[in-house]
Structure formats: C-alpha cells, structure tokens
Design a protein around this ligand. Sequence first.
Ligand SMILES: N[C@@H](CCC(=O)N[C@@H](CS)C(=O)NCC(=O)O)C(=O)O
Length: 228
Amino acid sequence: MEEDKEVKLHGSWASPFVQKVKWALQLKQIKYDYVEEDLSNKSDSLLQYNPVYKKVPVLVHGGNPISESTVILEYIEQVWPHNPLLPQHPYERAIARFWIQFGEQKGLTFFALMFAKTHDEQEKAKKNAIEVLKTLEEEGPGDKIFFNGDSIGLVDLSFGWISYFLEAFEETVGVKLLEPSILPRLHAWAQRFKELPIVKENHPSHEKLVAHLRRSREKFLKNPPIIF
Ligand SMILES: N[C@@H](CCC(=O)N[C@@H](CS)C(=O)NCC(=O)O)C(=O)O
C-alpha cells in the first residue's frame, strides 16, 4: 500500500518550511525518520534528492523524493487523506490554495527586512510586511478559530510560522510587526496556534532561534544572496 511505504524527512531545525511539514505529518500521525541537514555542508542525499534548489524540506516516500514545502503538504494530504487538512468543497479548496499561494509569494517581504541596510530600506520593508499582516487580519480567520474553521488546515500550517518564528524575527531585526492593538484577530489566531500541542512541543526555543537569525543576518549582510 502506498501509504505504508517508508517516510523520511530531510530538514533543518530552524526552517519554518520544514516545521510545517513536521506539523502535517504529526497531525496525520504518520511515522517518519528525520534527517537533520547541515545547510553549510549538505549531504549527498539532499543534493541528489533536490538537485534543482538543493533546499530543505525534502520528503522521501518509498524512495521517491518530493521537494518544496507546499508541494509536500499537498502530497501528504493526497496520500494520507485521513484527518483532512483541506476543505472538501472544490470552491473552499480553491480559496485555501489562494491563501497558501499568497503566503508563498509574500514570504519574501519579511526577508527583505533581514537584508535592509539603511533606515529607509528598513522602513519600506517594515511597511510592506505590515501590509501583508493587515491583509491577513482583514481576510484571515476573522471570528473563526482557525483559517480552516474549527480545526487546523493547510492554510493554518502555511502561516503557522507567524505564531513562533515572527517573534524571534522581530527581535533580530529590532522591529515590532504583530501588534495586538493593530492586528487583534491575527494576534489571537497566532496565540491559539502556538498553544496547540503539536506546535508547542516542537518549535525551537526563542533564544536559540534569535541567536541563529542574528548569525544568518550578519552573514547575509556581508554577502547578500541574490533572490530578488
Ligand atoms: N520554497 C521552499 C523554500 C525552502 C527553503 O528556503 N529552505 C531553506 C531553509 S529555511 C534552505 O534549505 N536553504 C538552504 C540554501 O538555500 O542553500 C519551500 O517552500 O520548501
């Protein structure tokens, strides 16, 4: 049976992309082996499994590698349809996918803050990042418990990094973004998400993450990657 084949996840502890795959595997109660990658010295397996981007996460199912966190989440949902993470109705599914894509496209907005060198650049990047959060405040879960309704779904997992990673990110760049007085509903959603056992018991400690982000920021500022 397809769903009984061996599952392996190549990841890196600080990666929010890896984190959402771990959450999905746990929600579906799928047993898997975890391989921690050193991203400064990637394993031959990772380079073979993801020769195009050479990034984590990579899910290996029955020997077949799958890359890109959003693609992996969709794959997990199809192979293990129990505890569904996408709505059943095609229209609601399309809406969920719209927000997942929005999150993917806007993710880089936050990293622009990491690379901002001047005060002006930082202010511009901050404004853009707050705009993204305001959109989620207005269009997001609203009065629902989660984006998905009463239980969490793929959209919640996609934005789940906001619940723990954003605080470490804010501390690293010295900018407050998720102000509860300005973004009350998004803030409340983030608090609820963070309290879920699968999230609470799994995300890296705030201090460890801040130290990691500070090191990454220094490295990026000395030698910025070309991604824009
Ligand atoms: N779009 C990818 C992004 C994955 C990604 O950026 N992974 C980072 C870790 S957070 C990585 O592997 N970086 C290694 C590198 O760029 O060399 C996804 O959604 O999976």
